[in-house]
Each structure stands twice: as C-alpha cells, then as structure tokens.
Write a protein that binds this ligand. Structure first.
Ligand code: NI
Length: 392
C-alpha cells in the first residue's frame, strides 16, 4: 500500500479516540502556563506508548522522544495546549465547563492530533528513519509565549527541523495552506505620553498644548509606511487610542497615544520603531514639550524556511492532492510563538483547513463561536505522521 494511504488509514482508525480526547480537553480548558491537566493527558498518552517523556519542560510543557536505533537526525513536531480567557458562545455537547475559559483557538485539537500522530508513528516505528520529538507547549497566547521557556530548557537540542500546524477557519476541511517565508507577522505595541503644559484654553500662548502636538505626530506618522517602507514589503502602523483632556475650556497637561505596528521583516520593524521615536522627538522638541516612549516587541515573525516548505508541500500534496494545497498562501499579520523555534532551526508552520459552512463552522480563531470541523483532524494527524515518516 502507498505510504500516504496507510498513514491516512491508520489515522482514520484513531479518529474516534482522538475526537474524544479533543472534546475532553475542550470541556476542560486551561490558560497560559496553568495547563497541568492537559499536559497530564499528553504525558500519559505518550507513556502508554513507551515513548520517553519529560514533563515540566518550560514550566508545564511535555516533551516525548520516539528514538530510532541508529538514526542520527531528529524531527520535532509541536502542538500548543493553552486556551483563552473568554466565554464560549455556542453550545456544542463538549462546551467548556469553566466560566471565562474556552478553547477558541483550536489548541485542544492541536494537542489531540499530535497524540494521534504519536500513536500512528509508534505503530510504524520500524520504518522511521529519524528520531521524532513531540513537543506539547503551554502559554502560546500570552507574551512572552511558552516557546522561549521550552527552548531555555533544551527542547531544540539535537533537533534538525521543526514543524507545527494551526487549524484555520479561512480554509475548507480537506485542504491545507502554506506560506513561503513570512507566514505570520510581528505584532508590536507602542505607548506614548506627550508632556505639555496645561492652562486656560483662552490663553494658549503660555501653555504647551499636548493635543496639537499629538495631532501633528499622528498626522506625521502616516508617512512612515507610505514613504519609508519598501512598496514590495508590508507593514501597518495604526494609532488605536488618543486620550487627552477633561473639559471644554482647559488645555490639558498631557496626552496619551497608543497603537500597534505590524511587520514581516526585522529591518522594517526596527526602522519603524526608530522613525516613530524620531518623529516624536522632533515634534515635541519643536513645541518645547517632552515625551515618554515605550515600545513592546511582540512575537517575532514566523518564518517558513524554503527547505522545510518543500517538505511540507510534498507531504500535504501527497495527502490531500495538489489541488487541495493553497500555495503560496498570503501571510497573516497576526502573531504566533512558533516563531521562536523557527528563529533557531529550519521549520514550517502549516495551516490546516477546518472550515465547513454546512455545519456553520466559519468563525475565525478567537471568535466566541469558533469551532473546528472534527473530520479535518485526520488530515492534521496524517500531516504530522507523514512529515516524520519521510524524514531522514
Ligand atoms: Ni492559536
């Protein structure tokens, strides 16, 4: 039998069990690093297979090693485990039983699919040519992420290449989509205070008006993307808050400006950060005001390496058929902490189609009505398994 047919058949045989695991995790969502129950499920499932398991990696992560005698190379497959602090709005039979916590990003499915892949690979281990590392990671949703703590604890030691996937509501069940190069952006936040000198609105000559200065700054920064970013690159600078003043006849002391910067390239990100600060310094000094500037870097850009993309393309096209692999997919300006792994070693992050309008499964990740079309989990398990079986 063809390898991909055998893998799909074995994944299909795991399907009901893996759905049950996914629903159990969905019913009991955990947040951030506090994923002890979910991590316990992953660890117990790997141990049942006789896979070497380390727990408490990066606080609450789980790492399993399926070792192949004589193999020198190692592929890593990563799933994240954490839910979101939000309320699930729809009413599936497996609805979250915890108020204010819900798996609205599909990490329950990521965890279950990687468990399924571990089972299938364990069945086929005699034919594996490389060692396989299973990574179950906490705290994907919150800065600083869960990946840095796991990397700190050595999760990438001895790993040659890493793959991960995300359930994707913009793509139909049965399909995959893959970006080349940047897949997800770097989402940063800036916090600015303009410190002026308040006073009577009718006597502006003895004030330093932070509203006029702030307005000039906001108008000026529109030119950063238009005039400083390469037209073939992409970036966004948006001001999302501008607060100042309390009444109609007083010029306030200060103004607060908050916004977001989204980029795909490190040099572009650095340039925008510098330009924001330079413009702020110039416009405030022009008016004898002062400023505070804080800039929080989000996750780095999630970068898909060419060699890993080729492997992911080969695996997905064999599994789903060439017509069902969207490539190259348009990158998304959201963030993902898989980025930290792919900064260290070659890797690829694949989107798994889970959209099914007939079942009203159309809502984006982080929407309170989000759900996944469960049969897609066979494809997700199979992708993990196929990547590992092909690896040498
Ligand atoms: Ni997610």
């Amino acid at each position: 039998m063809d390898l991909h047919k055998e893998i799909l058949q074995r994944c299909q045989a795991q399907y009901e069990d893996i759905v049950a695991i996914r629903r159990d995790i969905h019913r009991h969502p955990e947040i951030g690093f506090e994923v002890q129950r979910t991590a316990g499920i992953a660890a117990a499932e790997l141990e049942k297979l006789g896979i070497t398991v380390r727990t408490g990696v990066g606080k609450t992560g789980v790492v399993g090693d399926l070792n192949v005698p004589g193999a020198t190379r190692r592929i890593a497959l990563r799933a994240d485990m954490d839910a979101l602090p939000m309320q699930e709005q729809s009413n599936p039979p497996y609805k979250s039983i915890f108020d204010g916590k819900a798996h609205m990003c599909g990490h329950d499915a990521h965890t279950a699919m990687l468990i399924g892949a571990a089972r299938v690979l364990n069945e086929m281990k005699d034919r594996l040519k490389a060692n396989v590392r299973f990574i179950f990671q906490p705290n994907e949703e919150n800065l600083p992420g869960g990946a840095p703590a796991m990397i700190e604890d050595g999760v990438l030691e001895g790993v040659d290449e890493i793959f991960g996937l995300h359930v994707w509501p913009l793509v139909d069940t049965g399909k995959f989509s893959i970006c080349e190069g940047p897949a997800l952006g770097q989402p940063d936040t800036f916090y600015i205070t303009i410190l002026g000198k308040g006073g009577h609105a009718a006597v502006p000559q003895i004030t330093v008006d932070p509203i006029v200065i702030g307005a000039q700054f906001i108008a000026n920064l529109q030119s950063i993307v238009a005039r400083n970013v390469d037209p073939l690159d992409s970036a966004v600078v948006s001001v999302t808050q501008f607060h100042a003043g309390t009444t109609h006849n007083v010029i306030p002391q200060s103004a607060e400006i908050v916004g977001t910067v989204r980029t795909f390239r490190k040099d572009t990100q650095r340039m925008i950060r510098n330009q924001l600060k330079n413009m702020l310094a110039a416009v405030t000094s022009m008016h004898q005001a002062e400023y505070r500037f804080e800039y929080d870097g989000g996750y780095p850009v999630t970068f898909n390496h060419a060699q890993s993309v080729q492997k992911a393309l080969q695996a997905t096209r064999t599994l789903a058929g060439e017509a069902h692999v969207i490539y190259p997919e348009t990158p998304v300006l959201g963030g993902e902490d898989f980025a930290f792994y792919a900064e260290k070693i070659p890797g690829c992050f694949v989107f798994l189609g889970i959209r099914n309008p007939a079942k009203d499964i159309v809502y984006m990740c982080h929407d309170p009505r989000f759900d996944i079309d469960e049969p897609a989990m066979v494809q997700g398990m199979a992708l993990h398994a196929m990547l590992a079986m092909n690896y040498e």
